[in-house]
Ligand binder design. Structure first.
Ligand SMILES: [Fe+2]
Length: 502
């Protein structure tokens, strides 16, 4: 393998599966994956690059605005920053050589304090490539697999970390979203990390499952209360599968070995995201003790597992709630510059029976939805309430490529689930609203699980810019408590967090 090829592979692999919502039907074999991402090959019919248009279109400026206009009243106990990231390609010269999930990461943040929205900022993560494109110096030497992390942004022990799977180190940001430096957990992280960590607030442990195209295993990492990788468990897997997310309970780590695997031929042919649907790779769910040890594997029918809502132990079972899509799923669609699939994401429950050795899959909700979240204090423990988002624009992007009609149920809304009552509430937004991932923030002094707020960036088509919408989680369908009017548009993106003031 030439060094150029290796760089290309690592870059593509590192950025694969930013995870997110997808649609349309792709052909799904190696050649398709390669063709999809090879410059000089255009898709036929319609707009071939929907992920660079409309609600996905990258913004071109970094803005700073103070004293934002607000409709309604911002709760005074919201003291911190709402941050959300996503791909925002900087200087795309040839859209045919671009993939949505490879866009340079941009974090959008709003600072709330004393009932006011003090500022809005949007900032690219300064990887060496972004610094170069912006004509700025990059301090020091760039780390291996350097990339402007675009998938998640989390608070961790007083720091803010922008995260990416399969290769790049996290980047630390300061409170005004400036890039500080790569973060390697006090020099204890060896190799790849992930975008979807699980923080157990009770144990004060940060868990991750990392993958990398040249590994014959994936790694479960436990970062202890000192902020160091305290334990690494290598879990052997064949074919180098993509592993965008995982689940954590009080006892177990749950990993999903998807039939989406690294493909050298696709990489050699120039695929930007050289991961393909691989029918020869059996789908299975692995359950490993949190403290390490042997992974037990359970067969499951092929499906695309997108994101974990949460998971918990229940007697001899492990219960995992997650968003799924029908198989097959293609990380690189037919020249559309993004992923494609055969249907919309829905919310499922997998009950893993450790005694019987079986997984039972049930549908919680067939309303198309993604970006599922719980009250973060309950990660790895049983929850009652859950939240998710639907953005019709996400779907229409895929329709233009593959002709799959959008589901008429798929709309612009935020969703609240009550798992105890098996019910849901929907907070609707108008056409063109493009609602993003909702994040739950507990009210100060809250005792009830859902006593708090939902924060989400929602586009306002009338204004041509986005709002930070704040809902009361206990009055979910009521009028928003506040809409903070941002000076620009927040493109449809990925994940984020509330970062409370210390
Ligand atoms: Fe994700």
């Amino acid at each position: 393998m030439t060094s150029h090829t290796r760089r290309r592979i690592l870059r593509g692999a590192a950025l694969a599966a930013a995870g997110s919502v997808v649609g349309g039907y792709g052909l799904g074999h190696y050649a398709t994956a390669a063709r999809a991402a090879t410059p000089g090959t255009a898709a036929g019919g319609g707009d071939p690059f929907p992920f660079l248009e409309g609600a996905f279109a990258p913004v071109t400026e970094e803005l700073t605005e103070f004293g934002l206009q607000v409709t309604g009243r911002i709760p005074r106990d919201l003291d911190g920053r709402y941050l959300r990231t996503g791909p925002n390609a900087l200087g795309v010269e040839d859209p045919r050589a671009h993939h949505w999930m490879l866009g340079d990461g941009m974090v959008h943040g709003v600072r709330l304090r004393d009932g006011r929205a003090e500022w809005y900022r949007n900032r690219w993560v300064r990887s060496s490539q972004v610094a170069r494109k912006l004509g700025e110096p990059y301090p020091g030497e760039a780390p291996p697999d350097d990339f402007a992390c675009n998938t998640h942004v989390i608070p961790y022990k007083g720091r803010i970390l922008a995260l990416q799977e399969s290769g790049p180190l996290p980047y630390e940001l300061d409170g005004e979203l400036n890039t500080v430096r790569p973060h390697d957990f006090r020099s204890t992280l060896e190799g790849a990390f992930t975008a979807h960590t699980k923080y157990d607030a009770v144990a004060d442990e940060l868990h991750a499952v990392a993958y990398y195209p040249t590994w014959d295993h994936v790694r479960h990492l436990m970062i202890d209360r000192t902020g160091r990788v305290a334990r690494t468990t290598r879990i052997p897997v064949a074919d180098a599968p993509m592993m965008h997310d995982f689940a954590l309970t009080e006892k177990y780590v749950v990993i999903v070995d998807l039939p989406i695997t690294f493909d050298l031929a696709a990489a050699e042919a120039g695929a930007l995201v050289p991961y393909v649907w691989n029918p020869g790779h059996p789908m299975r769910v692995g359950v490993m003790p949190r403290t390490g040890g042997v992974t037990r594997w359970f067969k499951i029918d092929p499906v695309y597992y997108s994101h974990t809502l949460n998971a918990y132990d229940q007697g001899d079972t492990v219960v995992m709630e997650l968003t799924t899509m029908p198989a097959p799923f293609h990380a690189a669609g037919r020249g559309n510059g993004g992923p494609s699939a055969t249907g919309t994401p829905v919310l499922d429950r997998w009950t893993i029976d450790l005694r019987a050795g079986r997984v039972r899959s049930t549908r919680i909700d067939d309303l198309p939805q993604e970006f599922p979240r719980v009250n973060e204090s309950l990660v790895s423990r049983r929850h009652r309430f859950a939240y998710a988002a639907s953005a019709a624009e996400m779907w229409r992007a895929y329709e233009t490529v593959d002709g799959v009609p959008p589901d008429d149920k798929f709309t612009n809304c935020l969703v609240k689930h009550d798992m105890l009552r098996s019910s849901r509430q929907v907070h609707r937004f108008p056409d063109g609203a493009a609602a993003g991932e909702p994040v739950f923030v507990p009210r100060r002094g809250a005792r009830d699980e859902d006593d708090g707020y939902l924060l989400s960036y929602v586009h306002d088509p009338d204004r041509g810019a986005s709002d930070l919408v704040i809902l009361s989680a206990q009055d979910f369908t009521g009028r928003p408590l506040a809409r903070v009017h941002l000076p620009g548009r927040v493109p449809l993106g990925f994940h984020g967090s509330w970062v409370p003031d210390a």
